[in-house]
Design a protein around this ligand. Structure first.
Ligand code: PEP
Ligand code: MG
Length: 344
């Protein structure tokens, strides 16, 4: 795979027929933000906020979280930063949180489940930090005692600013509960006279349930983002960590591709945009297919951004849709790979 030698394209790209596709970066630490910008990222499509909670003895406070998000916003003054709320449990353990012992943590209290249940306190602190950060660089409501903004970021385009997404969603009720928490945090901040704004709000689609419910989720949210790493694991019932079933854990299995298509189809007719932030998004050999599924944004590790941008510019979106339709008719991975012109 040729990933490293494509030239950096600093500006946003469109397909050959003019469909804008945002190509953003996944970041798993503050140190990954500047290289993402150097590689031409159109913002951050997945800011894995759990890095702020790892390798320490207690959770970060509101101020520390606020500052980390503001630093990312300042690195991308014209672009969107999508922060994922705390996603622990399963493969992501944080000792001081005393997560419940479960026989199968991948099917247990992960992601949004923990935020709404055991760790409502952490969720509230995180939402306070995020709503305050969302006001950063916008024409604020003044006051609030914030420090100077510095950058000339008062003129964001539509893509700009903070967005927040919830991980491991499997029920509409979770989204409704999370939106209630956002509303109550906003009311608290307003009562305290603290500068804040409500960011764009979205959900990750990384369970089959979320894919089946994409229409209902999209009707309540500003965006969805497909996490193919977990989605492939849950659709195929194959642990993403296990070598023994690595062959099952592949987004090119027809069932996973149909789950992705069901997600974009579900959001059609709503105002929600749909992105993808799992590994599949960063594979330039799959860019045409991703465009064909109707995704608006692809977010990936920074190293693959130039190659994916290069590929987006070559794609014709009508041909890409035909390719996606051909792939959706396939019944085996071998057929999928054949349609995509990939070796077995
Ligand atoms: C995913 O599941 O595809 C995803 C992007 O999230 P993570 O890899 O952090 O679980
Ligand atoms: Mg995931």
């Amino acid at each position: 795979l040729r990933k490293d030698d494509a030239p950096v394209v600093p500006e946003p790209v469109s397909t050959a027929d003019g469909r804008a596709i945002e190509v953003a970066a996944n970041v798993g630490s503050g140190a990954e933000v500047p290289p993402a910008s150097d590689r031409g990222a159109d913002g951050i499509g997945l800011f894995r906020s759990e890095f702020l909670f790892l390798d320490r003895e207690s959770p970060p406070d509101e101020e520390e979280q606020y500052e980390a998000v503001v630093a990312a916003l300042e690195a991308f003054p014209d672009d969107r930063i999508v922060v994922r709320t705390l996603d622990v449990g399963g493969d992501k353990q944080v000792p001081y949180l005393d997560l419940p012992e479960e026989p199968n943590p991948f099917l247990g209290r992960r992601g949004i489940r923990l935020s709404l249940e055991e760790h409502a306190d952490l969720f509230e602190t995180q939402l306070r930090a995020l709503l305050r950060a969302a006001a950063h660089g916008r024409d604020g409501n003044g006051g609030g005692g914030s420090e100077g903004d510095g950058a000339s970021d008062d003129d964001r385009d539509d893509r700009g600013g903070l967005a927040v997404m919830f991980p491991m969603v499997s029920r509409v009720e979770e989204v409704e509960a999370a939106l209630d928490r956002v509303e109550s945090v906003a009311a608290d901040l307003a009562a305290e006279g603290v500068d804040h704004a409500v960011p764009e709000l979205g959900a990750m689609v990384e369970t089959p349930a979320a894919s089946y419910l994409a229409d209902a989720l999209a009707a309540r949210l500003d965006f969805l983002s497909v996490g193919t790493n977990d989605l492939a694991g849950y659709v195929m019932a194959a642990d993403r960590e296990s070598d023994a079933v690595a062959d099952y854990h592949d987004p090119l299995h027809p069932a996973v591709l149909r789950a992705i298509d069901r997600t974009t189809a579900g959001a059609e007719g709503t105002d929600a945009w749909v992105g993808m932030c799992g590994e599949m998004a960063g594979d330039p050999e799959l860019t045409e297919l991703s465009v064909g599924f109707g995704l608006d944004e692809l977010s990936m590790s920074a190293v693959t951004i130039p190659a994916v941008k290069e590929r987006v510019r070559e794609v014709d979106s009508a041909e890409a849709r035909e390719l996606a339709e051909a792939v959706l008719r396939c019944e085996t991975r071998a057929e999928v790979r054949d349609v995509l012109g990939l070796d077995e």
